[in-house]
Design a protein around this ligand. Structure first.
Ligand SMILES: NC(=O)c1ccc[n+]([C@@H]2O[C@H](COP(=O)([O-])OP(=O)(O)OC[C@H]3O[C@@H](n4cnc5c(N)ncnc54)[C@H](O)[C@@H]3O)[C@@H](O)[C@H]2O)c1
Length: 267
């Protein structure tokens, strides 16, 4: 690749924070951002699997900081930003990937499920944008990438709680893009279709939590069939979309929802 072109995608020396980095899309995003040269702060509510992410990211060139945090708590998100600032003195990239899902019909939903999913998926992204925006404003700019979902724009029975939080993520993204733009801070969302992760496979599990191979095979077949490309997504497909929105190649892009979904949904 030509040097000038390569420079647009190079994030060497930049500091990136990734929430939900212990698994799936967050873990792969941390790895891709590190490979593109960033120092990476990996965060998740589950501390143990974060060590595995750190091992995958270490050696890519940049520094790595492991900082467990529950994004449902505003004070924990603020403390994450402080820890990241202590690492390199600035935050250039912040990826809100932490998320949870509940599958329940509206008439049967309970208050605890509604509160938990909103706290993690919606408030977690909101406070993440607030903390990242403040430090990027001080630092003179940056890029925030929120992980949304196809569910934000298409109704699926059983996913009402999850989908309403993802619709909120899209609107948080657009509003923050308007508020933060004057400070050189871009805010975008990546809205994946089905991706092969523990969350993606939640619908294929039996009551005991084990994956039902038959249901998974049928589910994957149907998902691939609904894509004009005939394929399903991997965490890497999403991580590369995040990289684009995090680097200078997307300097003219803000307030947008990028939809790597194999063409399953075309709004
Ligand atoms: N997999 C898919 O098909 C798919 C599709 C569209 C959108 N998404 C979105 O992508 C993002 C990543 O999902 P994934 O598929 O990698 O799922 P995943 O379950 O593999 O990873 C989610 C991570 O978030 C962490 N997490 C949960 N609650 C948290 C909290 N309170 N604080 C901090 N971390 C917390 C989990 O511990 C886990 O490591 C989510 O926002 C999800 O909604 C996933």
């Amino acid at each position: 690749m030509h040097e000038a072109l390569q420079a647009s995608f190079d994030i060497s020396g930049r500091c990136a924070v990734v929430t939900g980095a212990a698994s799936g899309i967050g873990r792969e995003t941390a790895r891709v951002l590190a490979k593109a040269g960033a120092h990476v702060v990996v965060s998740d509510i589950h501390a143990d699997p974060l060590a595995e992410t750190a091992a995958a990211v270490t050696g890519a060139g940049g520094r790595v900081l492991v900082h467990p945090a529950d994004v449902a708590r505003r004070d924990a998100v603020d403390a994450l930003a402080q820890a990241a600032l202590a690492l390199t003195g600035r935050i250039d990239i912040w990826v809100n990937s932490a998320g949870v899902i509940v599958n329940v019909p509206i008439m049967e939903a309970n208050e605890a499920d509604v509160d938990r999913v909103i706290a993690v998926n919606q408030k977690g992204v909101y406070w993440g944008c607030a903390a990242a925006g403040r430090s990027m404003k001080t630092g003179g700019g940056g890029a925030i990438v929120n992980i949304s979902s196809t569910g934000a724009e298409s109704a699926v029975p059983g996913l009402s709680i999850y989908s309403q939080t993802k619709a909120a993520v899209n609107m948080i993204t657009r509003t923050a893009a308007r508020e933060f733009g004057a400070f050189g801070v871009r805010v975008n969302a990546v809205s994946p279709g089905w991706v092969d992760t523990p969350m993606g496979n939640h619908g294929f599990r039996d009551a005991d939590g084990a994956i039902n191979a038959e249901r998974q095979e049928e589910g994957l077949r149907l998902r691939a069939q609904s894509s004009p490309l005939g394929i399903t997504g991997t965490p890497r497909d999403i991580a590369l979309a995040v990289l684009y929105l995090a680097c200078d190649a997307s300097r003219f892009v803000t307030g947008q929802i990028l939809r790597p979904n194999g063409g399953v949904a075309m709004p």
